[in-house]
Every structure is written in structure tokens, then in C-alpha cells.
Write a protein that binds this ligand. Structure first.
Ligand code: UDX
Length: 469
């Protein structure tokens, strides 16, 4: 085995990989974790990135960075319609990427490019790679089941499930009454109609087109890398292996095999770690809704009272701009900060992985983004789930109904609901059972990453595969 690794190191000298992340925090993080892992296996790394949400090269002096024009206007870059934004980037970046890669290929006689590794959401990279005769591998940063659901869009449309779910997003007050939202989707067990991954967009057709292109171009790729592991998503991986001709590499959780580094755009507030040191073991509920989700003033105030009334210590990340209509926490009720002194701590952005690993943290109230979900599993912290959009609803269903390591808040953000849910998670016997199960899952994850484990072996296969190009 060691001999084989040594041979790999020799073969790899001069091998360059070009990685192309989708420019959102939840996609940048796993792509950079993958870059670090492959760099530690001897590959040179070039990151091609848009100007929009560009990464900070000084955090990664061991990589080369190549910015490309993304052609976004000011209003396009500021939109909250992420589906339309991703669709636009897939059009605007074609020529800049082709020019950039052509230049790198002509410069790069000593370090030939083995392949590109693109986020699945950048489907346009397949035709660019084909035109330059470069193999294209794909990193899918979300769970495997989302991809199974995306591939089932035509069927879901035909059965009438998808328009209901999309309408639910556009007109939540009216369509919440639609009883079909609670119907199970037998083709995608354990999902209900309301869990089907969709995002709010001005025109659902753009979403359907985008998903169709992502699936089509992923079917043409040379290999598919997943930030997941066999024991977590065995059944979805079996389905995927039947649907995609290319080799499949579930090598996650990536953050556990990647050397520590930060790809955060926001500054991590380290003071919260010292605050956690003052709290009793497993007493604190950590609250964070990721890098995109936002709420209105009413939801914010209800959340604040729910946290206070639960009587549990809490660490709450309120991202600047995430409360619609305010800069940060100005809309907190008068006297709130005084009231929570010592028991509650609010920060703009936290070192999340360190927070989840801290012994004082006993629960994670999460929006169920895939990175947060994996990070919670890896630290054995049970979850309170309140998904917002996209893959988050199906991640929450997995967490609560399949792995049974979390509880879901399904009736909106109301202080009474929040208080009850926090106490279920943090104080009651149910929470203990969730913790026991998530610790078992964490142990399975650790086995996957050890020599002989599925993710470990898959990573070795991935390296050999890339060397075969
Ligand atoms: C987005 C989507 O919303 C998510 O559903 C999808 O799976 C990936 O893309 P995001 O909403 O940001 O991501 O959530 P998530 O996937 O959980 O990623 C957030 C990342 O930011 C995590 O790696 C987390 O550790 C990090 N984070 C979050 C911090 O470092 N500090 C914080 O305070 C909050």
C-alpha cells in the first residue's frame, strides 16, 4: 500500500488540477477542502473563479488563482434570485473560461493539466472541457439524494408534485393549506412533496431548465465526486451508480480529511469560543442558518423570544443583512441584550466547526445546509431543523425521519414552538436518544475515513483515476 502511494507521488509530480467552484459559501468551502486534500496528495492546484464572490488567495498561498470575467451587472450580482443568477453565470462565463483554459494549456508544458474539477452547478464547463479535449470531473457539494430528486424532476412534474411545491414557495400563505404537500413521494422515500428540493425564483421554467442541464452535463462527465459517505447514503448511492455511467467517488466528509484552513468571506468571531468555555457541558444550543437564508423582523423577534423563553444558554449567529430591512440586530426588543447577559451570546459569524466540537455545545438549531449537516454529524451534535430552501428541506427530512438524529420545526417560527422544540432537544429524554444515534453515526463516519474504510479507499481510487487521464 505504502509502495503504491509512493509510486503515486512520483507519477503525480507535474500534474495540475484546475478547480472551478460555484461562487457561494456553501459550495466554495467543500471545493477548497477537496483542493487541499488533492494538494496533500501531490497535485498542483489552480482555482478558476468569478469576480463575483471571489475567494481570498492569501488564505491559500499554495494554490494558483485565475479570475475570470462573469459579466454580471450590479443588480444581477445583488439579486436574491439565486437560480436566475446561476443560470446567468452559466451563460456569461463560457468564453472567459475557454480563453483562460486555452491560455493555461498553452503555457503549461511542465505541468500539464490532468483534468478540470467543476462544481456540478456549473454545467457549462462540460462543453468548454470537451472543446479543449480536457476530462471534466464534477464535485457535487450537496447530498446524493438531491441529485436523485433532480433527476426525477420530469417524473415529479408529470405527477403534478413539482408545481405544488414551487407554488408553495411563491404563495406560501395560500398553498400551505394544500394537503398534497404532506403526501409522501414513494419514488423518493422518505420525502414528502414539501421536501422536494426547489428554490424561489421569478420563473420556475429557469429552475427546471437549470436542473435539466446540470443532470445532462453531469451524465457526460468523466467522474463524480461526492461530499458524502457510503454509510450515510447507501441507498441513494446505489441509485446514482445505476443512473450515471461515470465512476462515483463518495469521499466525504471532506472537511474531516482536509487540513484546517478558512474559505469564509466573513470574519470568524473567536470570542464565542471563550464564551463557550464559561458554559456547562452540553448546555448550549448553537443557532446558525448558514450563509444565505434570511428572515423578516417578525420571525427574528419570535426567534429571540423563543431562545430566551427556552431558558437554555445559546450562541446565536446573526449574519449582517440576514434580517430583512436591517443591518444587524437593531430590531431586537428593547432590553433584550441586558436580559440575556451571561446566558446568550450573539455573533456575526462563528468558527462553526470549532463551535460544534466544543464540549459546551449540546444541540444545533440549523437551516440544514449540507455542510452544516455533515459538520454536526461529525461532532455528534443532534439538530433542531428549520429548513429554508433548496436541498435543506430534504436534508431535514433525512435528519429527522431517516437517521433520526434531529427534530423538525414544521409550523413556522413562533416563540412557543421554538421554546418547546429547544426543550425537546436539550432537556428531554428524546434529545438524549437523538444524541446517542448521532454519536453512532459519527462513529460510522470515523470508520469510513480510516484505512480500509469506504471514503479512504475511494480517495485512493480517485487519485489513481485522475492519474490515468
Ligand atoms: C448553501 C445552501 O443553502 C445549502 O443548502 C447547500 O447545501 C450548500 O449551499 P449555506 O446555506 O451557506 O449553503 O449552508 P451550509 O451548506 O451549511 O454551509 C455553510 C458553511 O458556512 C458551513 O461550512 C459552515 O461551517 C460555515 N459557517 C456558517 C461558518 O463558518 N460560520 C458561521 O457562523 C455559519
Amino acid at each position: 500500500m505504502e509502495k503504491l502511494e509512493e509510486t503515486h507521488m512520483q507519477q503525480k509530480r507535474g500534474r495540475r488540477l484546475v478547480l472551478i467552484p460555484l461562487p457561494f459559501q456553501g459550495h466554495i468551502n467543500p471545493m477548497f477542502q477537496l483542493a487541499n486534500i488533492l494538494h496533500s496528495r501531490g497535485f498542483s492546484i489552480t482555482i478558476i473563479h468569478t469576480h463575483f464572490n471571489s475567494p481570498n488567495p492569501s488564505n491559500y498561498p499554495h494554490f494558483t488563482f485565475e479570475p475570470i470575467a462573469d459579466g454580471l451587472s450590479g443588480s444581477e450580482a445583488e439579486t436574491t434570485d439565486l437560480v436566475a443568477l446561476v443560470a446567468t453565470l452559466n451563460i456569461n462565463c463560457v468564453t472567459p473560461l475557454r480563453d483562460c483554459l486555452a491560455r493555461l494549456l498553452s503555457n503549461n508544458s511542465e505541468e500539464p493539466i490532468s483534468c478540470i474539477i467543476s462544481d456540478a452547478g456549473f454545467h457549462f464547463t462540460q462543453s468548454v472541457a470537451d472543446s479543449l479535449k480536457l476530462p471534466r470531473m464534477v464535485l457535487r457539494t450537496g447530498c446524493v439524494l438531491t441529485f436523485v430528486a433532480f433527476a426525477a424532476y420530469p417524473l415529479l412534474l408529470q405527477k403534478g408534485y413539482l408545481p405544488i411545491q414551487v407554488a408553495h414557495y411563491h404563495l406560501p400563505c395560500i398553498n400551505f393549506q394544500d394537503s398534497r404537500l404532506e403526501e409522501p413521494v414513494p419514488e423518493l422515500a422518505p420525502l414528502k412533496v414539501k421536501d422536494i428540493p426547489v428554490s424561489n425564483t421569478r420563473d420556475p421554467e429557469i429552475l427546471y431548465q437549470l436542473v435539466a442541464s446540470v443532470i445532462k452535463e453531469t451524465k457526460s462527465c468523466s467522474g463524480l465526486i461526492w461530499n458524502s459517505f457510503e454509510d450515510l447514503e447507501e441507498s441513494a448511492l446505489t441509485t446514482i451508480r445505476k443512473q450515471y455511467p461515470a465512476p462515483i467517488f463518495p469521499i466525504g466528509p471532506l472537511h474531516k480529511c482536509s487540513p484546517a484552513s478558512t474559505s469564509s468571506w466573513l470574519i470568524e468571531d473567536q470570542t464565542c469560543l471563550a464564551w463557550l468555555d464559561t458554559q456547562a457541558p452540553r448546555s448550549v444550543i448553537y443557532v446558525s442558518f448558514g450563509s444565505i437564508a434570511s428572515m423578516d423582523e417578525t420571525e427574528f423577534v419570535e426567534t429571540a423570544w423563543g431562545l430566551v423563553n427556552s431558558m437554555q444558554p445559546f450562541l446565536w449567529v446573526v449574519r449582517p443583512g440576514s434580517i430583512r430591512g436591517s443591518k444587524w440586530i437593531e430590531q431586537l426588543p428593547d432590553g433584550f441584550l441586558e436580559k440575556i447577559k451571561g446566558r446568550g451570546h450573539i455573533v456575526k459569524w462563528a468558527p462553526q466547526q470549532e463551535v460544534l466540537a466544543h464540549p459546551a455545545v449540546g444541540g444545533f438549531w440549523s437551516h440544514c445546509g449540507w455542510n452544516s449537516t455533515l459538520e454536526s454529524i461529525c461532532e455528534g451534535v443532534p439538530m433542531l431543523c428549520r429548513p429554508w430552501f433548496g436541498d435543506q428541506m430534504m436534508n431535514a427530512r433525512y435528519i429527522c425521519d431517516d437517521w433520526r438524529v434531529g427534530v423538525q420545526m414544521e409550523n413556522g417560527l413562533k416563540r412557543g414552538e421554538i421554546e418547546r422544540a429547544i426543550r425537546r432537544l436539550m432537556v428531554e429524554r428524546e434529545g438524549e436518544e437523538l444524541r446517542e444515534r448521532i454519536i453512532t453515526l459519527e462513529e460510522k463516519m470515523e470508520i469510513c475515513l480510516k484505512k480500509g474504510g469506504s471514503s479512504y479507499e475511494c480517495l485512493g481510487n480517485l487519485v489513481s483515476y485522475i492519474l490515468s487521464f
